[in-house]
Write a protein of this length. Sequence first.
Length: 90
Amino acid sequence: MVHASESMTTTPGKPSQPTLPEGFEEMMVHRVMQRVDVLLEKRLREAIAHVVQEQTRSILPRLREEVESVVRQSVYEAVADELASHPGTA
């Protein structure tokens, strides 16, 4: 622990300011950056999820149309191929 007599320095014409222990500023910057990193990751995930959800909602009707079309075409082709493979049954 730093005592009051050790924690204050005076410069002529300036009020006394506390001195920080060796490496304190670097440690503080490191810890703050760790917290910023965690918060940014969380908020970016939320923002990206929100944008993806909005985009998904906006393309969903078109996507359904495409899937329906592909399924319909596949069924038509499968039925046609099956009928073609048994010529005497139709």
